[in-house]
Design a protein around this ligand. Sequence first.
Ligand SMILES: NC(=O)c1ccc[n+]([C@@H]2O[C@H](COP(=O)([O-])OP(=O)(O)OC[C@H]3O[C@@H](n4cnc5c(N)ncnc54)[C@H](O)[C@@H]3O)[C@@H](O)[C@H]2O)c1
Length: 475
Amino acid sequence: MQITVVGTGYVGLVTGTCLAQLGHQVTCLDVDHAKILALRAGKVPIFEPGLEPLVHGQQASGRLQFVDNYEDAVRRAEALFICVGTPSLPNGGADMSYVEAAARSIGEHLGPQYCVIINKSTVPIGSGDWVGMLVRQGITRAAALSAASPARVMAEAEGRDTPTPKAGAATLTTPGARPDFDVVSNPEFLREGSAVEDALNPDRIVIGADTERAVERMRALYAPLLRRNETLGRHVPFVVTDRASAEMVKYASNAFLATKISFINEIANICERVGADVTEVTRGIGLDDRIGRAFLNAGIGWGGSCFPKDLASLSHTGREYGYESRLLDAVVDVNDSQKLVVIRKLQERLKLVKGKTIALWGLAFKPGTDDMRDAPSLLIADRLSEMGAAVRAYDPEAMDAARRRGVRAELCKDPYDAAQDADAVILVTEWSEFAALDWPRLHAVMRRRLIVDGRNCLDRTLLLWQGFEYCGIGR
Ligand SMILES: NC(=O)c1ccc[n+]([C@@H]2O[C@H](COP(=O)([O-])OP(=O)(O)OC[C@H]3O[C@@H](n4cnc5c(N)ncnc54)[C@H](O)[C@@H]3O)[C@@H](O)[C@H]2O)c1
């Protein structure tokens, strides 16, 4: 199938590359010219395990190409994915300006063949209808321009002023050639850090569509993925529903996962006060099938490019429709204070943070990615700097991203360098390399040997035995 992916970021690049790997002919489009030039030169702009070799392989096979203009990308497409960003507005709503620009441009460049336009961006409920309207406006505008062009040519040839087509005066070109499309919602559930794996082996595929023809096109598009998983003995449910419900599935999934984390953090905070250990509690409750073990690790809380904005957007949607989502707002509230729990712990032990040197291990919002969007490390570094501490930091993959974000910390070459003369280390992101360090070496470089394990991922017994002060979350 001829597929175009609009927006070549974390989702678009992974989606496009995996669809090429499954045998489709994929064009990835982005308005960021520099990004497209880099990709054409084989430079993958994000860190995601397994992505780079896959991109190179698909580029070499000729099934994956990168372009920076709609003209080249849209005309022949049989399926078009919208994968542009939907960041938060100050009022919590989703900023839909990128989706709007993409939908209009798609409309202006659609070819005559039937095409599905697929919203993979996380968009507020009802956006599918709106995207359809924008695409139709784009089609009308393109038709108006093309109808006007002979007159323009004549005017230019005769040296007269070029006439501008009047809004509403659109004459469509050959009616039979008018683009034919449906809008589909196909939310994305990949996780940064295992995005390729998730895209190729999803737990489910959710399709929100209102025509049988669109569903059939989506079935054909995903047929190679479903077959591949069947061969590996995995059945991937293909869930077909209406568009609004599909859009809600994405928000509800993220809201539920964020709720689980805030829930266990609340339990952790109570554990600390009553002398229980949240890691033991989690072991006990996680064995209940109805609860499960996933997303029950107490720690600094959630951040990243999705949970914060998606919860804000869902709550905003509720308010727009006259509903106060008290539970969702509490989930966000608990998380906001949880990010600073590690600073309270530092104050309890160091008393005065001013003048102290604090090392941060991990800057990315989670391991396996270099994504710094809404990373708790940014807030922690800011707060420590405001309190007068010298902050030193290291991350295995996110150093460039941290530099671009202007994190308020001296960036160091490794975890030992970051901990040099430090009064405390805060483990912010649970990269596996932090669990297997040379502890005697670390002991030798630190001034005071306090380790605040913000993710409960270090071996407490070992660290105490090695002569460190250890402080976890909820323990
Ligand atoms: N990152 C994730 O883990 C994840 C997971 C599931 C869903 N999502 C959703 O997917 C969407 C994309 O997220 P992302 O993290 O990939 O964003 P991103 O910021 O990494 O990528 C978006 C890309 O779109 C490009 N773009 C912007 N306007 C454009 C336009 N008019 N035409 C063409 N390209 C344009 C940008 O240049 C950028 O490269 C969001 O709605 C997000 O909520 C993200």
